[in-house]
Write a protein that binds this ligand. Structure first.
Ligand code: C2E
Ligand code: CA
Ligand code: CA
Length: 720
């Protein structure tokens, strides 16, 4: 990238960062402006109410102590005038007898015929202090004057000052100054170190610029070089003023990209919320149909339009095919964060354009929300056609960035809802979300049709998750347990160990396969705690075996990669095992080949430490990972478990036999023992014996069974 491009890029980042700030504060600024207005009105009202009150009191009770009354009403002056405009009573004794002369504001009120008046703040002609005054007249032309000291007025309204926001803004890292100019070019608030005159000089020549789009410029400020970003603030399309922020030029030189990006991230959330507020505001003011029904960025029909259109189509569908297809960009947030919002907007625009170009007859596209689009398809022939349309639309989505090497790629997925019967738009979108969630990241086709089972799937997952949590928290001691499957020594025909396999069977959901619930436990990050229970129960079983006199029978248990990657794993393992007083050598940990391959260095190191403790390690499902052979010799393991896929092939494909043979002999050469998994037939067993496989496990000997059955099996069964 050339230096110039680089500079431009940093400029862009700074600018969008400022816009982010401006945007996130714009709501506050407009609120503050409003709040201040309300506060001022309130104050005026308060003065009037106080005056009314005085009128009432004065007419009913003579000789009231006005000092007390003023205190109660929290006003600083309370004067009662007679019909000659002379003060006859006051909380300030010295004022009594004072007469308003011609031209004095009090006299002005006296001679005109307004009943009430609240003045702007002015200087008191007697004591020279600033007050805000209000008057109220009685039918007999006597009147009451109430005054509040200006500093008290400010104390009240100051809480609503934009200055607070400016102070807040300059607290941010790296921002030098900030100031805010209102629509009349008045400096409303500024941070320390910026003078009003300098500001006025600065915008002197750029008056017109202030109201336009945001702009970034390098300029001199005093003796300092700064990067000035001017961001206009709007509320409901009304221009309120401009927020100006100065960044140090070093931001460019030092490439503070990351700091600024962090800011962006923080503001991303705020901006999202703001966007929602704006959308809501749009919907509220359907004064302009175009604004209300079309997205102003992409010019596609918007969500409001979509809902109305969809409702109509559903009502008039008849027997025609009708579907809603949702397109979701999966990496838009990242793009936005990395390259800024302007760029993000540009992308959305391109996407909209590409989508529109890809549409065929009877298809209509909408912008659903930030990075989601919806296409409604009518009268197509079949589900297969739908599927291929979905793929074309995804391609159009992706095309956006094609050829633009700088910005990587865009990825998208689609979910489809085929409408049957009467259904609401809300329900459709909810179900489309579900279908979208069901798309696996690595699936070849990123398309999913919603079907009713999906909803059930989600409910089921939630139930399983709840049960697992109860198990972990000790609230449910029944649903979760271990079964044990014997492993047989092929030389002695004796059971040499068991593999512990997790089981879940609850009243609510029935029997759940470990493939399903272990996977879920991993996704929901419950596997670590569940794993601790598995280790603990395996220890108890190992102790039981010892107690029954089967000294050398080991217990193997499956360890998930998410367990082993946790820093405290080894310590926890030691603690659990110690609490059961189980010997380390009675246990074996099985880890899948894929788990080891993916984080080889890290996991291999942990395996070494596990082995050091005296716990044996087995490489599970061997042969299913691709890179298997390359680093097998470095792996810190004792045993290789050949995946049952290779065993199953033994009596089907003669050619498959070679591979199994090779695995056995190679493993032996590396000094590992070999276990064959999933042995179901005598033929398989014969083959394995012939090729010196050490151990075998499978339904041929026993399925996984309960602890009791496992011990009975040991006592009674002679295998052979
Ligand atoms: P795995 O570790 O490969 O476990 C062996 C699986 O093969 C078990 O399925 C077992 O019942 C099955 N099996 C045993 N003999 C035969 C046979 O002769 N033929 C056939 N077709 N299958 C046989 P299961 O119990 O359904 O477990 C499935 C997987 O769930 C396990 O595969 C393991 O990856 C995972 N799993 C089970 N328990 C645990 C656990 O406690 N922790 C972790 N992390 N994963 C577990
Ligand atoms: Ca296993
Ligand atoms: Ca296995």
């Amino acid at each position: 990238m050339s230096a110039r491009n680089r500079l431009n890029e940093v400029y862009n980042i700074i600018e969008s960062s400022t816009l982010g700030i401006a945007e996130s504060y714009s709501e506050s600024i407009s609120k503050y402006t409003q709040a201040k207005k309300i506060a001022t009105e309130l104050l005026d009202e308060k003065i009037l109410v106080a005056s009314e009150a005085v009128l009432l009191i004065e007419t009913q009770t003579t000789g009231t102590d006005l000092t007390k009354l003023a205190e109660q009403l929290r006003v600083d002056q309370l004067n009662i005038y007679n019909d000659q405009a002379v003060i006859i009573a006051s909380n300030v004794k010295e004022y009594i007898g004072w007469k308003a002369s011609k031209g004095h504001p009090v006299h002005n009120f006296f001679i005109n015929d307004q009943r009430v008046l609240v003045e702007e703040i002015r200087t008191d002609t007697v004591n020279g202090l600033n007050y805000k005054y209000g008057y109220i007249r009685r039918y007999d032309n006597t009147f009451v004057q109430i005054g509040v000291l200006a500093e008290n007025v400010f104390k009240f309204t100051n809480q609503f000052e934009i200055q607070h926001l400016i102070n807040d803004i300059v607290q941010r890292d790296e921002i030098l100054h900030a100031y805010y100019i209102d629509e009349n070019l008045k400096v409303v608030a500024r941070s320390a170190g910026v003078e009003v005159e300098t500001i006025e000089q600065n915008y002197g020549g750029t008056k017109d610029l202030l109201k336009r789009e945001a702009e970034t410029e390098r300029c001199t400020w005093g003796d300092e070089e700064v990067i000035q970003v001017r961001a206009p603030i709007f509320s409901n399309d009304k221009y309120l003023g401009t927020l100006v922020i100065h960044w140090p030029t070093s931001a460019v030189d030092r490439e503070l990209k990351s700091i600024i990006l962090n800011d962006l991230f923080e503001f991303f959330i705020t901006i999202l919320v703001l966007a929602l507020v704006l959308v809501y505001a749009y919907r509220k003011s359907i004064s302009n149909v175009k604004l209300a029904y079309y997205d102003n960025l992409t010019e596609l029909p918007n969500n409001v339009y979509l809902n109305e259109y969809l409702a109509e189509e559903i009502a008039s569908r008849g027997n025609k095919n009708l579907s809603v297809l949702m397109l979701n960009c999966t990496n838009f947030k990242t793009l936005n964060m990395t390259y800024g919002y302007k760029y993000g907007d540009q992308i959305l625009n391109n996407i909209a354009q590409n989508l529109t170009e890809t549409l065929i007859e009877n298809e209509k596209a909408f912008r659903f929300n930030a990075d989601r689009f919806v296409v409604i398809l009518k009268g197509y022939e079949s589900r297969a056609v739908l599927q291929s349309r979905a793929i074309s639309l995804i391609e159009a989505f992706k095309k956006t960035l094609a050829g633009n090497a700088k910005y990587e790629y865009i990825s998208a997925q689609a979910s489809i809802y085929e409408i049957r019967g009467d259904v609401t738009a809300d329900k459709i979108f909810q179900d489309l979300d579900l279908a979208m969630l069901s798309i696996k990241e690595d699936a070849k086709e990123q398309v999913a049709f919603f079907d009713i089972t999906m909803e059930n799937d989600i409910l089921r997952s939630e139930q399983i998750e709840r049960t697992l949590k109860d198990v972990i928290e000790g609230k449910d001691n029944e649903s979760f347990f271990l079964h044990y499957q014997p492993k047989v020594d092929l030389k002695t025909n004796q059971v040499m160990g068991f593999e512990a396999l997790a089981r879940l069977n609850s009243k609510e959901i029935g029997n759940v396969s470990p493939i399903e619930f272990i996977d879920l436990a991993e996704k929901k990050l419950l596997i670590y705690d569940l794993g601790k229970q598995i280790i603990s129960r395996s220890c108890a079983f190992a102790n039981q075996l010892k107690f029954e006199g089967f000294e050398n029978v080991t217990v193997a248990l499956n360890i998930s990669v998410l367990q082993i990657l946790r820093e405290e794993f080894l310590n926890d393992v030691k603690k659990i095992i110690a609490s059961h007083k189980t010997e380390f050598s009675a246990l074996e940990f099985e880890l899948t080949e894929s788990a080891i391959v993916e984080n080889f260095e890290l996991i291999n190191h942990k395996l070494m430490e596990i082995k050091k403790l005296g716990i044996a390690v087995a490489l599970d499902d061997f042969g299913t990972g691709y890179s298997s052979f390359a680093r097998l010799h470095e792996a810190q393991i004792d045993t290789v478990k050949i995946d049952r896929y290779f065993i199953g092939r033994l009596d089907k494909l003669p050619s498959g036999q070679f591979l199994t043979e090779d695995i056995i002999s190679m493993s032996h050469k590396l000094g590992y023992t070999v276990v064959a998994e999933g042995v179901e037939t005598k033929t398989q067993l014969e083959y394995l014996k012939e090729h010196n496989c050490d151990f075998a496990q499978g339904f041929l000997f026993s399925k996984p069974v309960s602890e009791k059955e496992a011990i009975l099996f040991l006592r009674n069964k002679s295998i052979g």
